[in-house]
Design a protein around this ligand. Structure first.
Ligand code: SF4
Length: 429
């Protein structure tokens, strides 16, 4: 049986699912690599898109069969796309021939959300409430940068957090539809007043997101769960050996804390485990999947990556220290990086255009992955910058120019899932 990569490469004809403007990027890409678009597919609709016939998914078998099908409507989330995939299979299409191009940002399709528009509201805020983390991850800037480690040992006070939120709302940088993610480098459960922070968000009717290494027994009150969008649990493997290599925690204790968390949250849709895949934990993926599958918890296998701008740039520019490179070559999976660097050409940085990052000192950070000791780290303070200035400064940092030139923007914005692959610069699953 051919693998999917070969099927994609050998395909001459394509049927694209979707007829929205977002699909144009995929259409252009496929034309560029000399694929012939037979038709567009949609639910029930007919007519033409880009002078090519639109056929209904219900009548798909009555039409000429392309070599592959590409589900390309960029606006939809993965769940919708998975449903379209299932629909196509039900209509008799061979699963091997179906490809999902997903996440509109991966194609620079976030243009329509350009923040220069006066009505633009940041839907995602990364707000560091704990300027410290207790994990020992060797690929994270918190541990590789002494400045970040020492200076970050502080927690935002609830009244300051509230003041900042009021400012963001007043300046219309965010509204009640925005999600405030309460972490960047830090471990939010280390915050001694986390419940007061959650109470402030709940009183304002704003949703929040959490991410934890699960090293601390969760202490959040049940009444604040309602406004929780999602909690992500990051795991560096599923054994004590893997924890010894990355987080440095006791594995059994982590499992106990995760169980406590599941009981407190009491809503499996709000919990997702991210298993970070390293070379040394490949064999642990199945046991983790089974363990969390039995609990009804979603698990995603993500390929582990650098959590530090300096490491990205030194790897991409081939200036990484040889001893570090040797370690990296034995632990990380980096086979896809060239494909990601190819994707950089027309890519618009999501963090530059769509997200604000605020640290525990109320400074806007240029980028969530830039260590605090970097000269371009901050663009100004929440209390002093106007909305216009925030947007202008976010778009004019020299570091971003360097990042684009080095071809690492797309890579820094996107984490590859283990089952995905990159071919011809397109990200497929
Ligand atoms: S440094 Fe790179 S990833 Fe970060 S905001 Fe700038 S362009 Fe985006």
């Amino acid at each position: 049986m051919q693998n999917k990569k070969d099927i994609f490469n050998n395909a001459k004809t394509v049927g694209i699912y979707g007829t929205e403007p977002y699909v144009e990027n995929i259409y252009n890409f496929l034309k560029d690599i000399n694929k012939d678009i037979l038709y567009f597919i949609d639910k029930g609709s007919s007519g033409k898109f880009k002078d090519i016939d639109i056929v209904s998914i219900d009548a798909i078998k009555q039409h000429r069969q392309p070599d592959i099908f590409m589900i390309g409507n960029g606006k939809s989330n993965l769940v919708v796309k998975e449903n379209i995939r299932k629909d196509l299979i039900q209509k008799g299409i061979d699963e091997q021939k179906i490809f999902i191009s997903y996440n509109m940002w991966k194609y620079g399709m976030n243009e329509q959300y350009d923040s220069l528009n006066a009505d633009f509201i940041f839907k995602n805020v990364i707000f560091e409430i704990s300027g410290t983390c207790n994990a020992k991850c060797p690929y994270c800037a918190v541990n590789s940068s002494p400045y970040a480690k020492v200076s970050n040992k502080r927690f935002i006070k609830p009244d300051i957090f509230k003041e900042a939120l009021d400012i963001l709302l007043d300046k219309k940088l965010i509204d009640k539809t925005s999600i405030v993610h309460l972490f960047n480098w830090g471990e939010p459960f280390m915050h001694p007043n986390i419940n007061e922070i959650l109470n402030i968000l709940c009183e304002k009717g704003i949703s929040y997101g959490l991410s934890t290494n699960a090293s601390i027994a969760p202490n959040i009150k049940k009444e604040y769960i309602y406004n929780l969008d999602k909690i992500k649990i990051s795991m560096p493997g599923f054994s004590q050996q893997s924890y010894d290599k990355i987080h440095g925690f006791k594995f059994e204790k982590i499992l106990g804390n995760i169980n406590k968390l599941i009981n407190i949250i009491n809503d499996k849709n709000k919990i997702e485990v991210f298993f970070y895949v390293y070379q040394f934990n490949l064999k642990e993926m199945d046991s983790a999947k089974e363990y969390f599958g039995n609990k009804g918890i979603q698990i995603t296998h993500r390929i582990a990556f650098f959590n530090d701008y300096n490491k990205f740039i030194s790897y991409a520019s081939r200036s990484m220290d040889i001893s570090e490179l040797t370690k990296v070559s034995k632990e990380l999976l980096l086979y896809y990086v060239d494909g990601f660097i190819d994707m950089n050409k027309n890519y618009k940085c999501f963090y530059m255009n769509n997200t604000i990052v605020i640290d525990e000192n109320l400074d806007y950070a240029t980028c969530c992955i830039l260590p605090q000791n970097h000269p371009n780290y901050k663009i100004g303070n929440v209390k002093s910058l106007s909305k216009k200035e925030v947007i202008k400064r976010k778009k004019s940092q020299p570091i971003c120019e360097e990042c684009f030139k080095a071809g690492i923007t797309y890579w820094m914005n996107n984490v590859l899932e283990y089952n995905d692959f990159v071919i011809n610069g397109i990200f497929l699953r």
